[in-house]
Design a protein around this ligand. Structure first.
Ligand SMILES: [Zn+2]
Length: 138
């Protein structure tokens, strides 16, 4: 590599251009460590950023936040289910028979969605704040 020094051209990552571009060295921290650089494209002066270091930190982007699983609260699930269901809400009664995806209207818990058919007479229902097991088909 050619000698470094003020006024020399180096490749640095530019935060403004979001690219690795030619920069002019403005200041040096030592004989081999670059201090500040000026982007030849946007004229922005900033601390020198080694392009190889930037690449390494960029790989973080691949790992997207795992929001969908644990962060989903019951009310989010409930809202999605109610919104995506095409069933009309029915009054809950232990005598009635419900199917998966049915919307029920519970006198105490409010509207809920049938999430699972546990047994011939048991259903798992997602309510806004809770998941309950209810009896039906009696
Ligand atoms: Zn720039």
């Amino acid at each position: 590599m050619s000698q470094l020094g003020v006024g020399k051209e180096v490749l640095s990552y530019c935060n403004k251009c979001k690219l690795t571009l030619a920069h002019l060295v403005m200041t040096m921290k030592s004989d081999t460590i670059i201090g500040k650089v000026q982007c030849k494209t946007c004229q922005n002066t900033h601390a020198y950023k080694d392009p190889s270091n930037v690449k390494a930190s960029k790989t973080k982007k691949g790992k997207t936040t795992k929001k969908s699983t644990s962060a989903d609260s019951i009310s989010d699930i409930w809202m999605n289910r109610v919104a995506s269901s095409s069933s009309k809400s029915q009054k809950y009664s232990i005598k009635a028979k419900f199917e998966l995806g049915d919307i029920i209207d519970h006198p105490k818990f409010g509207p809920g969605v049938i999430d699972k058919l546990i047994d011939a007479d048991k259903i798992q229902v997602i309510f806004r704040h809770d998941i309950k097991t209810l009896i039906h088909n009696k």
